[in-house]
Design a protein around this ligand. Structure first.
Ligand SMILES: *Cc1c(COP(=O)(O)O)cnc(C)c1O
Length: 220
């Protein structure tokens, strides 16, 4: 068994019931991703549409594909052909483009709203105080389905320092759930990466996005 397969099996055995693994695959070859899939990965997360297309050629629809990078509007047309969920919806213009392209293809795209929980100017995502209004606006888009929230949180050495950002995102998640907006179903809370997923799960994450922990150190 390869190291990747061992890592995947160990993580799948460790995750509590109800928490799903997204294999964050940026910079990995289609063959590496395939090993992870053969070891039980059901969801692959990709940051780049081009990279995803190459991996999709090899792996196809035996897994779900989640987009987890920053989606440029000029990549939406391609993205909606392969992705089952866009975890990083972060602006109205992007939502409008996804709506338009999905209408043309008669598709409905599940999305998560990316929250900039650390209020970091260099990061994408909607500021916590703007999330409710944004989701209310999305609620009228008939070809999008808001299924939850995603956050990165600041990159910190100590995972404990990420806890307040996860807590704030969880609070927003519960608040939105209580609004019962049309076409909005608060089902997924995507938080936590290799160094922080345990804290994220304690704070209510049910999707964790792991790269290094499965595939080893990476270039980017
Ligand atoms: C790369 C990446 C991850 C995984 O990061 P690791 O620290 O390698 O686990 C998770 N989420 C997003 C959005 C990423 O870009």
């Amino acid at each position: 068994m390869s190291q990747i397969e061992r890592n995947v099996k160990a993580i799948l055995a460790e995750l509590p019931p109800g928490v799903e693994l997204v294999a964050a695959a940026k910079g990995r070859t289609p063959e590496e991703i395939l090993q992870a899939v053969q070891a039980g990965v059901k969801i692959v997360g990709e940051n780049y549409v081009q990279e995803a297309l190459a991996a999709y050629q090899v792996i196809g629809s035996q897994v779900k594909w989640h987009f987890i990078g920053h989606l440029q509007r000029n990549k939406v047309k391609k993205a909606i052909e392969i992705f089952d969920m866009i975890e990083t919806l972060d602006s109205l213009p992007l939502a409008e483009e996804i709506e338009k392209r999905c209408r043309q293809k008669e598709k409905i795209m599940p999305v998560l709203v990316e929250v900039n929980s650390g209020r970091e100017p260099q990061k994408y995502g909607v500021l916590p105080e703007d999330v409710e209004n944004f989701v209310r606006q999305l609620s009228s888009f008939s070809h999008l389905r808001v299924l939850g929230l995603m956050t990165m949180g600041p990159a910190l050495g100590d995972p404990e320092e990420a806890r307040p950002y996860f807590q704030e995102t969880r609070r927003l998640f519960e608040q939105l759930k209580s609004l019962s907006l049309p076409q909005v179903e608060m089902k997924y809370l995507s938080m936590g990466m290799s160094n922080s997923y345990q804290v994220a799960i304690e704070e209510g994450a049910n999707l964790v996005r792991l790269g290094t922990k499965l595939f080893g150190p990476r270039q980017y």
